[in-house]
Ligand binder design. Structure first.
Ligand code: BES
Ligand code: MN
Ligand code: ZN
Length: 508
């Protein structure tokens, strides 16, 4: 989808449809519809009342312009009451309008950038609005249909959206926001594609190949260790989990701005289980197919590397992905096994389905070798986190209040919200082992927390945050601009976090 900017009048809205955003309530509705009223006069009121359109959230009204505008069709999208209008309002309204336009078979649509909305105190700037509208349109119309051979030709897709500004205000800012949104949303879609690709096509080698291809194209370094290197280095957790699979594991290392002076080092770690059957502690069959998305943390890290590189963010960014399948065979790890992780600590495998923490332990211990100023891991780690928070918040744990506050702020800005879970030391006794340094399961209660505490044992003396994205990455039901399936969560969050870091609290 192509995204462009134009300063002009409604007469320059030549495309398949003009999309206008309207707020709810007398004064606000009037102000937002004023440009249309110039073309349609009293007819507009009649059309809207016929459709009972009042500007409410999640509503659309469409009508034919019958020669009054160069665009044959008009879509009016409701924003709700001015007091509640923020970036998320525009993402959702844009997604709704874009999906409608697409389903009508339209190809090119023009969004009229709203002017000042009376009473909308939380509304973003013109550039912020343009950014949110682009995000809603691109992410909302995403579809994963590469495996469909039938009905595909009649699949409709938008080709281009244009942002029309009547005022021409902050042209440079809007153009920049649009190009950033384009880069970031492409990275989100890369992450979604990786998540949605089935396990017969996406496995450690192909995951590494995708990372390598992105790195080659967009300018970050990618290497992938093979099994031999993993054995030499002592990645016992990753090797144990992969032992049941015929496909060899990989440890993917991505690096941006390596060797550039005076940059802080941030390490991102993503769980890359390309399919999780549970292993010998096998999962029940219902919904097991979703576990092709158990590499969503890896997808978020790869997407973030790509976006950070294309945006030229001034940070030494390292992305680490332990990649493996978790399967069963005569060579699988067994419950009761003890594995030795990188760095020498041992863990007792009480349940082979708690495999994510075993591979992250090696990667988190390895992360310390970069002497990072922050380490952030993302993982579809526990069903318990989905029970606790559902699909609308990522579980956050960590050892540093400042880092957690930064992620919280980035989460609010992007609406990829994170929510803290406690790491009280009292929970630790649940993962004590009689035979090793730690046990990989902590019993029924507080499962997301005991998983976080397991990881903490392998983290060095630097700020660290663990994000459990089990509920937010894998969607059983669509969200306003994420279809069912992989959401690509984490990319927008991390890019916002990285962009804001080093700028003041009012960075942008
Ligand atoms: N990948 C799963 C967690 C998961 C479950 C992610 C549902 C998304 C949706 C993880 O490897 C796992 O199996 N965790 C176990 C841990 C348990 C054995 C302590 C779980 O959550 O049941
Ligand atoms: Mn598992
Ligand atoms: Zn898993």
């Amino acid at each position: 989808m192509k995204i462009s900017y134009q300063k002009g009048t409604l007469k320059s809205s030549r495309s398949d449809a003009l999309v206008v955003f309207a707020a709810e309530g007398g004064k606000a509705l009037d102000a937002t519809l004023a440009p249309l009223r110039k073309s349609f006069g009293n007819r507009l009121g009649r059309i809207l009342s016929l459709e009972d359109f009042s500007g409410k959230k999640n509503t659309l009204c469409t009508f034919l312009s019958e020669g009054k505008l160069p665009a044959p069709r008009v879509l009016v999208a409701g924003l709700g009451a001015p007091g509640g209008i923020g970036p998320e309002t525009f993402r959702r309204a844009s997604s709704l309008a874009s999906k409608k336009a697409r389903d009508l078979g339209l190809k090119n649509i023009t969004f009229l950038l709203p002017g000042e909305i009376p009473g909308a105190t939380g509304a973003p700037t013109a550039a912020g609005t343009a950014r949110a509208l682009a995000e809603g349109a691109i992410l909302g119309t995403y579809r994963f249909d590469r495996y469909m051979t039938e009905n595909r030709s009649d699949r409709k897709n938008l080709a281009a959206i244009r942002m029309l500004s009547l005022s021409g205000r902050d042209q440079a800012g809007i153009r920049k926001a649009l190009s950033e949104a384009d880069i970031i949303c492409r990275a989100v879609m890369l992450a979604r594609d990786l998540e949605n690709t089935p396990g017969n096509d996406l496995y450690p080698e192909t995951l590494a190949a995708t990372a390598r291809a992105s790195g080659a194209k967009h300018g970050f370094r990618v290497t992938a260790w093979d099994e031999k290197r993993l054995r030499q280095t002592g990645f016992g957790g990753l090797l144990a989990v992969s032992s049941g699979s015929d496909r060899p594991p990989k440890f993917i290392i991505m690096e941006l701005n390596g060797g550039v002076k005076n940059l802080e080092t941030i390490v991102l770690v993503g769980k890359g289980v390309t399919f999780d059957s549970g292993g010998i502690s096998i999962k029940p069959p219902g919904g097991m197919g979703e576990m092709k998305m158990d590499m969503s943390g890896a997808a978020a890290v790869i997407g973030t590397m790509e976006a950070a590189s294309r945006l030229k963010l001034p940070v030494h960014l390292v992305g680490l992905v332990p990649a493996t399948e978790n399967l069963l065979s005569g060579s699988s790890m067994r419950p009761g096994d003890v594995v030795t992780h990188y760095g020498g600590k041992t863990s007792e495998v009480d349940n082979t389905d708690a495999e994510g923490r075993l591979i992250l332990a090696d990667a988190l211990a390895w992360a310390s070798t970069y002497k990072p100023s922050a380490v952030i891991d993302l993982a579809t780690l526990t069903g318990a986190c989905v029970v606790a928070l559902g699909h609308h918040a990522t579980g956050m744990m960590g050892n540093d209040e400042v880092l957690m506050a930064e992620l919280k702020a980035a989460g609010e800005k992007t609406f990829e919200r994170v929510w803290p879970l406690p790491m009280f030391e009292e929970y630790e006794k649940q993962i004590r082992s009689d035979i090793a340094d730690v046990k990989n399961v902590g019993g029924r209660w507080g499962g997301a927390i005991t998983a976080g505490l397991f990881l903490k044992k392998f983290v060095g003396k630097h700020p660290w945050v663990h994000l459990d994205i089990a509920g937010t990455a894998i969607l059983e039901e669509p969200l306003p601009y994420s279809p069912r399936g992989g959401s690509g969560v984490g990319v927008r969050l991390l890019v916002e976090f990285l962009s804001a870091r080093g700028k003041g609290p009012d960075g942008r």
